[in-house]
Ligand binder design. Structure first.
Ligand SMILES: Cc1cc2nc3c(=O)[nH]c(=O)nc-3n(C[C@H](O)[C@H](O)[C@H](O)COP(=O)(O)OP(=O)(O)OC[C@H]3O[C@@H](n4cnc5c(N)ncnc54)[C@H](O)[C@@H]3O)c2cc1C
Length: 464
């Protein structure tokens, strides 16, 4: 153990107590990965903080000693954001997991960052309110991680993403200071929008220690529809048909053939239309049973699937079964091919049909096996390319060009690199494709203003 490491450990123990400073190799290994395929790097030390002040102390010590700090929520990120690739300290927010308040009159929730997203949704539901953002990982990811990533989910189509719900934040800066911004007001024109800046900053600007979120009245009625298709093109054309007919579902998801087959096998369950080449999953919500039934009739009237082949989930169990399959796709892909490329490009809705056709054509032309699924209604398409039996060397040499081409196709269709998973470590080489030099330089100047010594989550978002 060298002197610098020992000084760091001793200072952190002094500030936070020995039980909150982990140095044991096996424990450190638990913080070496997130859910990114094929990426691992153990930290030198893990600190678990319980307050903003503690987070500030840990940051100030690392700042003074020039030690990298990687904030970590629940470690479900898929672009390597929580992986401490530069070594140093992982600052874990897992212990800050209290829902501090649900305020019915102002329709807000005040939470610590380590709260699991699904727990917040249930707590809001008990008050007749809803926290809409619903990443598929909602039973395992944290709200802090959602804010840091600007996470989205199927309901983004109607309700927006995490970004649209952050009213206020408390966060600690590398110099140890703690800032509180925003409040329980709907409007705010007071200075720069720091909530907007920190949201989606992927742990590179500040450590989020408290979050004030907007809630909305929970719609009392929902109805899920499952539509089978003989071609991917027909499914994608119907996404457009539904939206063009001014129907706004709360979710409009598509899953192509392989996604359904792999997931059914993984879950050991039969899907209702095993031979379908694609499915659309449509969720409708509204104030009454009649309103959702009217919307369902409008959907049936404008899509190319005969009414008799549309399944309407009649019970909560049936609905949960459909959504379980949708949410298990990533897990199923991991089981099928532990190494895979997971992309989440986004394009304007109107470009979805040509974009998907273009991507599929490109990947098929390269002889690569891909699975496409995702939030078709908001243009955020998940493209997972499986390494399968391909040798390691060939896979590694294929990846850079593959990623670049996928991003360039998205950008050519008026889209961008990522809709919800962020840039993190795995996409940092490509940020310039989407932003251009001047914008990139401006982002770097903002980063320096928050973190002049560059200790917060180095090698993430930017190539140094
Ligand atoms: C099966 C599966 C399904 C998924 N589905 C979706 C989906 O539908 N939509 C979606 O958007 N994402 C999805 N994800 C990705 C992931 O769940 C989200 O990015 C989520 O927001 C990460 O939260 P986390 O708590 O796990 O964060 P972590 O992985 O721990 O961290 C993510 C990033 O946030 C930073 N960070 C975490 N907490 C803080 C904090 N308090 N302060 C500052 N920075 C912080 C980290 O440094 C890192 O850069 C999915 C992942 C999996 C494995």
């Amino acid at each position: 153990m060298n002197n610098r490491h020992e000084t760091l450990r001793a200072r952190l123990v002094d500030a936070l107590g020995a039980s909150n400073v982990l140095t044991d190799g096996d424990l450190l290994q638990r913080y070496a990965r997130d859910e990114t395929s094929d990426l691992e790097h153990a930290p030198d030390i893990v600190v678990r903080v319980s307050t903003a002040i503690e987070a500030g102390h840990a940051l100030a010590i690392c700042n003074e000693l020039g030690v990298p700090v990687t904030p970590r929520g629940a470690g479900t990120g898929v672009t390597g954001g929580a992986v401490p690739v530069a070594g140093g300290v992982v600052l874990s927010l897992e212990r800050m997991n209290r829902i501090l308040e649900i305020d019915e009159r102002n329709m807000t929730a005040l939470v610590e960052p380590g709260v699991i997203t699904g727990d917040l949704q249930r707590a809001a539901g008990e008050h007749g309110l809803m926290y809409p953002p619903d990443p598929a990982s909602l039973e395992s990811c944290s709200i802090g991680g959602n804010v840091a990533e600007g996470a989205g989910g199927p309901r983004a189509l109607k309700y927006g993403t995490t970004r649209d719900y952050v009213l206020g934040l408390e966060f600690a800066l590398p110099d140890g200071s703690v800032i509180i911004t925003g409040g329980k007001f709907v409007k705010n024109a007071t200075g720069f929008d720091l909530c907007g800046l920190i949201t989606g900053s992927e742990g590179t600007l500040a450590v989020i220690t408290k979050i004030l979120l907007r809630l909305v009245p929970a719609p009392p009625f929902t109805l899920d529809l499952l539509l089978p298709y003989d071609t991917l093109e027909a499914a994608v054309d119907d996404v457009y048909a539904i939206l063009a007919n001014k129907i706004l579902p709360s979710a409009l998801e598509f899953m192509e053939e392989d996604a359904i087959r792999i997931t059914a096998r993984h879950l050991g369950e039969d899907m209702p239309f095993p031979k379908a080449r694609a499915h659309l999953l449509v969720q409708l919500d509204g104030p009454s049973g009649e309103s959702v039934r009217d919307q369902a009739a409008a959907v049936a009237g404008c899509v190319g699937v005969p009414d008799g082949r549309i399944i309407a989930a009649e019970s909560r169990t049936q609905s949960e079964r459909i959504w379980r399959a949708r949410r298990a796709i990533r897990e199923a892909i991991t089981a099928e091919s532990p190494v895979f490329l997971a992309e989440d490009t986004v394009v304007p809705r109107s470009e979805i049909p040509p974009f998907l056709k273009g991507i599929k054509g490109y990947l098929n032309g390269k002889g690569l096996r891909s699975v496409m699924f995702g939030h078709a209604g908001d243009g955020n398409v998940h493209i997972d390319v499986l390494r399968g039996a391909m040798g390691r060397a060939e896979w590694d040499s294929t990846l850079p060009e593959l990623k670049k081409n996928i991003y360039e196709i998205a950008i050519a269709h008026g889209g961008t690199i990522t809709g919800e998973h962020g840039i993190g470590y795995t996409r940092r080489d490509y940020l310039g494709l989407a932003l251009g030099e001047e914008q990139l330089a401006l982002l770097k100047r903002i980063k320096s203003a928050f973190d002049p010594h560059g200790i917060l989550n180095p090698h993430k978002i930017f190539v140094d």
